[in-house]
Structures are given as structure tokens and as C-alpha cells.
Ligand binder design. Structure first.
Ligand code: NAD
Length: 266
């Protein structure tokens, strides 16, 4: 079950914004454990190297390189290198994403555009270049990491992120229909409130650095009483990337402890 032997998987944002397990890091490690040849990219070489270190400690391997996925030329070079190096691409995980605070009245237009570039257009660029490879091979799986912020207001003003993550879901569905006949499946994992190293950054950006307070508030928001973690996102990603999900395309797997099913009332 869920083995990926002989598969080549490209994971964007394979590093982590702090010590511990971010979503991209856990996804890269899990796909490697399941037998995939993983190509991990990150804008931060040190973050990618930290992921490589833990994967090698587990006795698996990963090839890493630096790529800013908001730069179409770098993405083009990345996919060319992936094809040259591995000869194929079976799984693409678009994991890069990050939120900036603001409403339309308080957010600079530059920040708005950066949020769309980082959280949505980056997936367009990688997918654009990956699809012809997968068509030639006769199939593939693309998993895009969205967010419950693209479905609901989840406690903070982040309109650029919310709009981009909602757009990512519909980008995934529309492309899935267009490529279903080529045996290329596209789906989203939609994480809720996860306890990853990113939460420290969120506390700095949204709560004046009050990490403990932010963690407590996030736990309390979730019907299951606690945040999930990066492994919950990684396991959902593995499933959607695997042959066990061979008839699943154009949908999203929400991983949120019941958050979006709830009205938020106690
Ligand atoms: P993270 O910040 O720990 O890791 C993301 C990695 O992406 C970092 O190593 C960073 O250097 C890299 N990166 C940033 N910009 C890049 C760029 N332009 N090009 C290439 N790499 C870049 O975050 P994470 O925990 O791995 O989360 C990843 C995804 O999960 C994001 O899409 C995020 O929106 C989503 N998500 C997270 C949570 C949560 O609570 N942690 C909740 C919902 C959704």
C-alpha cells in the first residue's frame, strides 16, 4: 500500500521555516520513505539542506536545489533539470505558500500581487511545465497544498492569501478536468490549523510575537481540541499522490480536525 518505488517526485518548498517539521519537509521525507526518488527545491538552500540531512539520516536520499518558484525562468530551468536528471516526473507537490496580513484597505497592491504570485501563480508555472512531461509518460499526479483560509475566515485578516488559496483549489479542479483523459490527476490537500515551525512566524506577524497565546488560541479553535501537524498533511499528500487514489481527481482532502465543518460555537 502507498508505495512509490520507481516514481520521481518534485516537492516545492521542501525546507522548513524553522527547526522541526514543516509541511514540505514532512512531505519530502515521507515520499522518500515510500520509495520515491525525490527532487526537493527551496528558495533557501540551508532549509533544503536541513531536509536532506534528516532524509539521509533515515537512510533515504533526496536531490535538492535552489529555486524561487515565483520566477518562471527558474521554474523552467528546474523542470528541465528534473527531466535531464531523472528522465521523468510522476508526482509534483506544490507546497510553497505563506500569508501576509491585511484587508483590501490595509494591504499594499504590491503585497497583494506577491501573495498571488507565491500562493497561486507558482503552481501555475510548475504545472504548466510538468503537464507535457506527464502527458508524454502517460500519467502523473499533482498535489497542491491549499489552506482552509481559502474556504473560511479563520481568525485573521489575510485577504491575499485567502483569495490565492481559494484560487488554487479551482485552478486544480479546472486543470484536473482538462487533463483527466491523459491519466493525470490533480487534487488539493487543504490543511487547517497545523502546528508547524511556521506558527512562530505567524505569531510574529499577527500576534506581536505572542507564540504561546497564538498556539493556545489555535488549539481552542479546532473541534478536535488541538492543531494537526505536518505529518497529517504529508499523509494526505501521499495518499493523493499514490496509485491507491487512482480514481480521485479534481477534488480536495480537508485535513483540519473538523474546523471547517464547525460554526465555531462551543
Ligand atoms: P514553511 O514556511 O515551514 O516552509 C515553506 C518552505 O518554502 C520554506 O522552506 C521556504 O524557504 C520555502 N519557500 C518560500 N518561498 C519560496 C519560493 N518563492 N520558492 C521556493 N521556496 C520557497 O511552511 P510549511 O509548514 O511547509 O507550509 C507549507 C504549505 O502549507 C504552504 O502552502 C502553507 O500555506 C500551507 N499551510 C500551512 C498551514 C500551517 O498551519 N502551517 C496551514 C494551512 C496551509
Amino acid at each position: 500500500m502507498l508505495r512509490l518505488d520507481g516514481r520521481v517526485a518534485l516537492v516545492t518548498g521542501c525546507g522548513s521555516s524553522g527547526p522541526g517539521w514543516g509541511n514540505g519537509k514532512a512531505i519530502a521525507a515521507l515520499l522518500a520513505r515510500q520509495g520515491a526518488a525525490v527532487y526537493g527545491v527551496d528558495i533557501d538552500l540551508g532549509a533544503a539542506a536541513a531536509t536532506r540531512e534528516v532524509i539521509e539520516q533515515e537512510g533515504n536520499s533526496i536531490h535538492i536545489s535552489v529555486c524561487d518558484v515565483t520566477d518562471a525562468a527558474q521554474v523552467e530551468a528546474l523542470l528541465t533539470d528534473c527531466e535531464d536528471r531523472f528522465g521523468r516526473l510522476d508526482i509534483l507537490v506544490n507546497n510553497v505558500g505563506r500569508s501576509e496580513p491585511g484587508t483590501p484597505a490595509t494591504m499594499d497592491e504590491t503585497v497583494w500581487r506577491e501573495q498571488l504570485d507565491l500562493n497561486l501563480t507558482s503552481a501555475f508555472s510548475t504545472t504548466r511545465r510538468a503537464l507535457p512531461i506527464m502527458v508524454r509518460q502517460g500519467g502523473g499526479a499533482i498535489v497542491n497544498i491549499s489552506s482552509v483560509a481559502g474556504m473560511r475566515w479563520v481568525g485573521k485578516d489575510q485577504v491575499g492569501y485567502a483569495a490565492a488559496k481559494a484560487g488554487l483549489v479551482q485552478f486544480t479542479k479546472a486543470t484536473a478536468v482538462a487533463y483527466a483523459r491523459y491519466n493525470i490527476r490533480l487534487n488539493c490537500v487543504v490543511p487547517g490549523l497545523m502546528l508547524t515551525p511556521l506558527v512562530q512566524r505567524l505569531a510574529d506577524r499577527y500576534a506581536g510575537g505572542d507564540y504561546e497565546g497564538m498556539v493556545a488560541r489555535r488549539h481552542a479553535q479546532v473541534p478536535m481540541g488541538q492543531m494537526g501537524d505536518a505529518w497529517d498533511v504529508a499523509h494526505a499528500t501521499l495518499f493523493l499522490a499514490s496509485d491507491e487514489a487512482r480514481y480521485i481527481t479534481g477534488t480536495e482532502l480537508v485535513v483540519d480536525g473538523g474546523l471547517t465543518a464547525s460554526t465555531g460555537q462551543p
